[in-house]
Design a protein around this ligand. Structure first.
Ligand SMILES: CC(C)(COP(=O)([O-])OP(=O)([O-])OC[C@H]1O[C@@H](n2cnc3c(N)ncnc32)[C@H](O)[C@@H]1OP(=O)([O-])[O-])[C@@H](O)C(=O)NCCC(=O)NCCSC(=O)C[C@@](C)(O)CC(=O)[O-]
Length: 297
């Protein structure tokens, strides 16, 4: 059966914007519960400046304390060599660098131009590969920027292609503010796949305008098979005002299973994990499937 690989964002993209510090033991339990659902790729931490994103300052504690399940990849964001060294010390299985298709967002998020970000990533990729780690490259604002508005598919393709040529093993395409629609998503993907093989591309769509599932369906129809999502739809972005979380993992799994696409995820467990973390954070569950799911379904 055709399958899709899910990359779970809840513990990183999901929590990074929480206004109140989430206790480290909750973060650890969240990662462990997600692995118990059958998710094989979990972005568990972020080694960024604690001055920029204080919520993620306990990345080392999280990565070193989790009970690891065999076969699960626990990854981390690393914007520079300093972050990579911390991620290596904490035992990350994979790391990710991140830039954007728009100059303004890149500057707000990582305090440099797109070109400077690529220069900064060169030693990160080299050192990560020397340690046998895969490196993911994120491109933010692929379907719209909070500061610049529309972003052309050509601009996204340029940055995605540059990351790929730099040595990124996989490129994740972020609709950071969730303004994309299916037609735009297809146009963007068509341009990017001229530069990066489709099998190396992931969709990372936020659901701010309720379009994420429609956009995912559109890119699935184009053959894309790696999807980023966040349990209970947790998240937002500190440098994108108003952005809501990633598309909810529960809703994505429900969609994929309905399409006959395998994920290896136990939806019932995932729903319970989504309900658990929503309760712990005092948040409304952002997964429609999480709200509707009934045990005998
Ligand atoms: C990139 C920097 C560090 C540049 O920040 P900077 O201020 O330009 O960097 P700097 O090199 O001048 O360092 C400033 C201070 O930060 C420290 N520092 C420097 N690097 C690190 C590090 N790795 N870990 C810990 N500390 C670090 C460094 O040591 C120094 O400390 P001080 O001397 O002042 O005490 C900063 O801008 C930053 O951390 N930005 C991260 C922002 C962020 O995490 N955004 C959210 C993630 S991206 C996202 O969510 C989008 C995505 C991926 O999900 C896709 C999508 O949806 O679009």
């Amino acid at each position: 059966m055709d399958s899709v690989r899910l990359v779970e964002m809840g513990p990183r993209d999901g929590l990074q914007n929480e206004p109140v510090q989430v206790p480290t033991h909750i973060k650890i339990e969240l990662v462990e519960r997600l692995a118990d659902c059958g998710l094989t790729h979990i972005e568990a931490a972020s080694f960024v400046s604690p001055k920029w994103v204080p919520q993620m300052a306990d990345g080392s504690e999280v990565l070193t304390a989790i009970r690891r399940r065999q076969g699960v990849i626990y990854s981390a964001l690393t914007p520079n060599v300093k972050g990579l060294e911390a991620a290596l010390a904490a035992g990350a299985d994979e790391v990710a660098v991140f830039t954007a298709a728009s100059e303004s967002f890149c500057r707000k998020n990582i305090n440099c131009s797109v070109a400077q970000s690529l220069e900064r990533f060169t030693p990160v990729l080299q050192l990560a590969h020397e340690h046998g780690l895969r490196v993911r490259g994120y491109v933010s604002t692929v379907l719209g920027c909070p500061y610049e508005g529309d972003i052309t598919p050509a601009a996204v393709a340029r940055v995605a292609g540059a990351l790929y040529r730099l040595g990124c093993d996989e490129i994740s395409l972020g609709d950071t503010i969730g303004t994309g629609t299916p037609k735009k998503a297809i146009a963007m993907l068509s341009a990017v796949r001229q530069e990066v093989p489709l099998a190396r591309l992931a969709a990372h769509f936020h659901d701010t305008y309720g379009q994420a599932l429609a956009n995912l369906y559109a890119v699935l129809e184009q053959g894309l098979r790696i999807i980023d999502s966040s349990v209970a739809g947790l998240g937002g972005c500190p440098y994108a005002k108003g952005a809501t979380g990633n598309v909810a993992s529960e809703d994505v799994v429900y969609l994929l299973h309905g399409l006959g696409l395998e994920t290896g995820v136990n939806l019932d467990r995932l729903v319970h994990t989504g309900r658990w973390i929503s309760r712990r954070l005092g948040r409304v569950n952002g997964a429609k499937t999480g709200l509707a799911w009934h045990p005998n379904k």
